[in-house]
Design a binder for this molecule. Sequence first.
Ligand code: SF4
Ligand code: SF4
Length: 261
Amino acid sequence: LMDAAGGYYQNLGDTTQKIAFNPDFLHQVGVSREILDADIFISLPKFKTHGLTVMTGAIKNSYGILPGAQKARLHQIAGTPKRFHDVIVEVFRLRIPDLFIMDAVVGMEGNGPASPELREIGLVLAADNAVALDGVVARMMGLDPGRLRFLQTAKTLGLGDYDSQMIEIHGEMPILNDFKLPPLGGEAISGNQAIQELMQTKTQVRPQADPGLCTACESCVEHCPVSALTMKDNIPVADTDICITCFCCQEICPEKAMALS
Ligand code: SF4
Ligand code: SF4
């Protein structure tokens, strides 16, 4: 990636500027100055699933404009998956990108954001509106975008529309047959009252290592931002009172041994 960027690489975490945030979560956040000063901001999301938000895409990609540990801190402050959906929209609207180009050449399905299940899609999707693009991605995954809370919130805030009549599509929009959602993805949006209530608690998902795959390398333990993991009998175990369900351990595991259950 560094070679491809040539002399144009910029570390987005080098300098930040404090700006006002939604006080329900934090009064201020530090945003990458490179992003705030840019004349044009192009976001490059990936077509993939995510256990906490069902899918990740144009809106959630902007979570990366917060350098460093703030991302984990906001996860912690949000506390529940429902509030985390609202946080990602709040971060997104700090500086709305001008253009979105999504890599859907090879997408990810199943237990994202670090699932080994890849899906050949063969498309690059581009849009100037994130809500419309994420609405299209949701439909391609077989989801009703209106059931995803972060999209409902973004639409309510006037950031765009996911209704198909409001989106002009140039090119193809294939619906991916039997696309695999994250373990709770289908139920989380199905309107099942019990599952909806579970989504509002801190107990929805927790990391759990598969003893058959885990090599006890302790990478997850070292990288957990809140030190929620300890090794017990050569397997990392999460303290559910401390874990903020940030998914870092799942993303970092080289063996894909960490699942969320
Ligand atoms: S145990 Fe995993 S999901 Fe929980 S806080 Fe640590 S890195 Fe994040
Ligand atoms: S990073 Fe993966 S393989 Fe290493 S200890 Fe954690 S779960 Fe096991």
